[in-house]
Structure formats: C-alpha cells, structure tokens
Design a protein around this ligand. Sequence first.
Ligand SMILES: [Zn+2]
Length: 127
Amino acid sequence: MKPDRIDRAHNLIARGLVTAMGPNCWHVQSDRHNIGYQVTADGCLCYDYTETLKGQSPCKHILASEGATVVEAVVAMRAVSTVDELYRVGQSHADAIRTTPALYQAIARAEFVRLRAALRAGYRRAA
Ligand SMILES: [Zn+2]
C-alpha cells in the first residue's frame, strides 16, 4: 500500500521532528523542506491542510502531533498478520485511544474495521 498520511506522520515522529511547545501547540519540522509548521487547535498552516484538505481532516503534521497516540496505534495494527493479533494489538491501545478527541477515535476505529475485513478476506498483511 502506498504510504498515506498516517505513515508519513509516523515517519515524522520516528525521526524526532515533532516538538511539544505547550498545551495543544507543537512544532513539526518538515521532512522535505527547511521549514517547520506550528500545529495548534486551529490546525496547521501547511499547503496540504489549508488547500488540499480545506481544513476538513488532519494533515500529517497534525496527525504526528495531536494525533500521535492514534498514529502509533494504527501503525501497530497494520503490522499484524492475523485477526486475533489485530484484536490483541487494538485492545492494548484501546485505553490510550479513548483519551483522544473523537476525530482520532474514529480514525482508529475505521482502520481497525478496514484491517479486520482485509485479514478475514485472506490478505496476509492488511496494510
Ligand atoms: Zn500540516
């Protein structure tokens, strides 16, 4: 599967490019350009968020900061190869996911359902 915003957000986290600046405020360094983005409750000023997504869903910078808990959970769920394993990994992240805003809970839930369907359909790796 082509890397999506979750994968790209995970890459930003893994590379240490996300810095908490205060409550609901992060600095996210671009992985491609010599520029950083400030993520706040108002969103992000990157082109993807403001133009492509029109502020309707989170860009990779928002996912990597405010949505980091769910990004980590989704990446872990994508690494499993059986439905049982998916339930185990999903359960191990459930408490943390429940502390996140509804938007991120919905992302995690949708990914769980998608992966479960793919695994049941016989794909060895759902992602
Ligand atoms: Zn952004």
